[in-house]
Design a binder for this molecule. Structure first.
Ligand code: DSN
Length: 415
């Protein structure tokens, strides 16, 4: 079928030029979807995107995602498939596993890697399925303090099949209090402790989490989805020295496709074998090979020296944004940020999280409403917003741009 070629779209004002709307090779023979994709591209291009869990992938990541690899069924694992014709697919999956270890400096003798989880939620579900008896206990941060649904929240399958032992941050400091966590762990004796957050702006002391897990004989699972790119870029400490299992999505600071990776310590407990079984045949069917190839591409990019600079810039940008908002009179939860995100207590200045998010969106700034620790309001209209800098850093923004963004946010919210 003849396809109309269109010119590559020009680059948005960025370095590295590799990223973001880099090219459109051809249009599809489906005018409706084609039009909607074009509209979404335009929307993405137009806005300032401060969603802490989003990013912009390279054209190579997109190419792998949109490749013929999507045609292949590959139930099983490399060398042990249920369908023929998988010799190339095996190489792709092995390469993704190898690169995953390289990015996080892991020995193949010590760490098992599964790259088949379709995203973060199934990755976490598979770990519990593999390691925790039904009815067992998951100690995870409550959602309203910055945890995640899959850390045992009651509306998630993880809170239906297992019981959550929740923990939060200290009321005054709005930071983790490891002594309190230790007390909870000793009292409740959870089967697994989850260290990992979607809205915690501070560094995490992995060693302390290890000690807490050891105090009650629990597994330590780190869900580093939000900060994986910061760990890969060497600007956040690595959890691998202390964790039994590390899960991560690939699409946040790590700047890859929607997907997830599960790392597990390779020792006599055979965690990897159990987790592999939980993924397939336990919870999923055939892996998405196009997605796995795309993960491999992103991981190669994350090994580059440019990525280290990128990770450093994400932090500098978050700090700049946070400092300027503070100067302008906004309360930042915990007083600031050590990572890629900050939480603003907008309600302190009389604006609810929903109002703030709506007002900003009307002016082309995209954030998400978010609960703040001990929020007196409901999650549908909480007291704050979450702001992240990974996406705009990919688009080449620097500290001074963040100061301007903070001033725009201030103007819009004070209107
Ligand atoms: N929903 C994601 C976030 O925004 O943090 C986590 O899965």
């Amino acid at each position: 079928m003849k396809r109309k070629k269109v010119k590559s779209l020009a680059f948005f004002y960025i370095s590295p030029s590799l990223f973001f709307f880099a090219t459109i090779g051809s249009i599809m023979n489906d005018p409706e979807i084609n039009k909607l994709i074009a509209e979404e591209k335009k929307r993405q291009k137009k806005v300032i995107n401060l969603i802490a869990s989003e990013n912009y992938v390279s054209k190579d990541v997109l190419k792998a995602l949109g490749s013929e690899l999507t045609n292949k069924y590959a139930e099983g694992y490399p060398g042990k498939r249920y369908y023929g014709g998988n010799e190339i697919v095996d190489k792709i999956e092995r390469l993704a596993q190898k690169r995953a270890r390289e990015v996080f400096k892991l020995s193949p003798k010590k760490w098992h890697v599964n790259v088949q989880a379709l995203s973060g939620s199934p990755a976490n579900l598979s770990v519990y399925t593999a390691l925790i008896p039904q009815g067992g206990k998951i100690m995870g941060m409550s959602l309203d303090h910055g945890g995640h649904l899959t850390h045992g929240h009651k509306v998630s399958a993880t809170g239906k099949f297992w019981k959550q032992v929740p923990y939060g941050v200290d009321r005054k400091t709005e930071r983790l209090d490891y002594e309190v966590l230790m007390k909870i762990a000793k009292k409740e004796k959870p089967n697994i402790i989850v260290a990992g957050f979607t809205a915690y702006p501070r560094k995490i002391e992995w060693k302390k989490f290890r000690e807490i897990a050891d105090s009650c004989g629990a597994y330590l699972m780190v869900d580093m989805s939000h900060i994986a790119g910061l760990v890969a870029g060497g600007v956040h400490s690595s959890p691998f020295k202390y964790a039994d299992v590390v899960t991560t999505t690939v699409h946040k600071t790590l700047r890859g496709p929607r997907s997830a990776i599960i790392f597990s310590k390779d020792d006599e407990r055979e965690l990897g074998k159990k987790i592999d079984k939980a993924i397939f045949p336990g919870l999923q069917g055939g892996p998405h090979i196009n997605q796995i190839a795309s993960v491999a591409v992103a991981l190669k990019e994350a090994k580059s020296p440019e990525f280290k600079k990128y990770a450093k810039q994400i932090l500098a940008n978050a700090k700049s944004l946070s400092d300027e908002l503070k100067k302008l009179g906004w309360r930042i939860v915990s007083g600031g940020t050590d990572n890629h995100l900050l939480l603003v207590d907008t309600f302190k200045n009389g604006v609810t999280g929903s109002e703030a998010s709506d007002k900003l969106e009307k002016e082309g700034i995209i954030v998400n409403k978010n609960t703040i620790p001990n929020d007196p309001r409901s999650p549908m209209d909480p007291s704050g917003i979450r702001i992240g800098t990974a996406g705009e850093t990919t688009r080449g923004k620097k500290e001074k741009d963040m100061i301007n963004i903070a001033r725009r946010i201030d103007n819009i919210l004070k209107k």
